[in-house]
Design a protein around this ligand. Structure first.
Ligand SMILES: C[S@@+](CC[C@H](N)C(=O)[O-])C[C@H]1O[C@@H](n2cnc3c(N)ncnc32)[C@H](O)[C@@H]1O
Length: 246
């Protein structure tokens, strides 16, 4: 059953911001500028192999769920729980997820208010917690706080799966973002100059990619049993990481 709850997002500002950017993001997805096709192919293989029994997945910042809905085809997904600030994106997610045969719950809300969102739900524990291109907006302390919470919300044997921009340890934030923007300027041919300016402004103000080493240290401090990188793109900008609860 799918519930589209229209609750009180405190982050009105963030919701409006992502609403405006949504059209650009659609263009990025449709043209595979961020490499979603390759990453989600690896993700699907992983899910099929790792979850041999029915499993529950929490997707934070699910957006329109266009890629996760494909990756969940032919898997043992029993329950999909998606949270996003953007109501228009969730409306599309509902359509995209229609092809997945499982229970579904789509919630409009701020994932930093996870406790209050999940309190109203009977399904408190998950086998997989998934975040795709949504964690890097948070400052480092907040990332730690979230990942610690995910550890508590996972069943034993569960896994936190992170797809995100990750910078090499040889690059600081500014160098990484400048390099990323240079790639976008050169290769994202259908992005207009106006859209590129919005992307640039967004990345310079809101993106805080960590290194794989920092994320691994967080994983160890919190008590995850194992940390693994399943995929790194050829441009060394994006990774698929697994934090295993054990
Ligand atoms: C770059 S999009 C990624 C969408 C999708 N996960 C994907 O990989 O294609 C980031 C998404 O995170 C959502 N988001 C960002 N901050 C959020 C927050 N604090 N609470 C809920 N959703 C958030 C945005 O609305 C947006 O849909």
């Amino acid at each position: 059953m799918t519930h589209l709850q229209d609750n009180k997002p405190e982050s009105q500002r963030l919701e409006e911001f992502f609403g405006k950017q949504w059209q650009i993001y659609q263009k990025v997805l449709n043209n595979n500028y961020m490499g979603h096709r390759e990453i989600y192919h690896v993700l699907q293989e992983f899910i099929i192999n790792y979850f041999q029994n029915p499993f529950k997945l929490l997707d934070l910042g699910c957006g329109d769920a266009s890629f996760i809905s494909q990756a969940l085809l032919n898997t043992k997904i029993a329950f999909y729980y998606g949270i996003d600030l953007s109501i228009p994106a969730l409306e599309i997610a509902k359509e995209n997820l229609a092809r997945i045969n499982c229970d579904k719950n789509l919630i409009s809300g701020d994932f930093s208010q996870l406790d209050s969102i999940l309190d109203s739900s009977p399904e408190h524990k998950f086998d997989a917690i998934f975040m795709s291109f949504a964690l890097h907006h948070q400052p480092l302390e907040q990332k730690y706080f979230f990942i610690e919470k995910f550890h508590k919300l996972l069943n034993s044997g569960g896994v936190f799966i992170l797809i995100d921009v990750v910078r090499p340890h040889t690059e600081d934030r500014d160098t990484y973002i400048r390099r990323y923007l240079d790639i976008a300027k050169q290769d994202w041919l259908l992005v207009t100059p106006e859209e590129y300016s919005m992307l640039e402004e967004h990345m310079l103000s809101s993106d805080f990619p960590e290194t794989q080493q920092t994320l691994q240290e967080i994983s160890q401090k919190i008590g995850f049993m194992r940390f693994e990188c399943l995929y790194c793109d050829a441009l060394n900008t994006t990774q698929l990481l697994c934090f295993y609860k054990g």
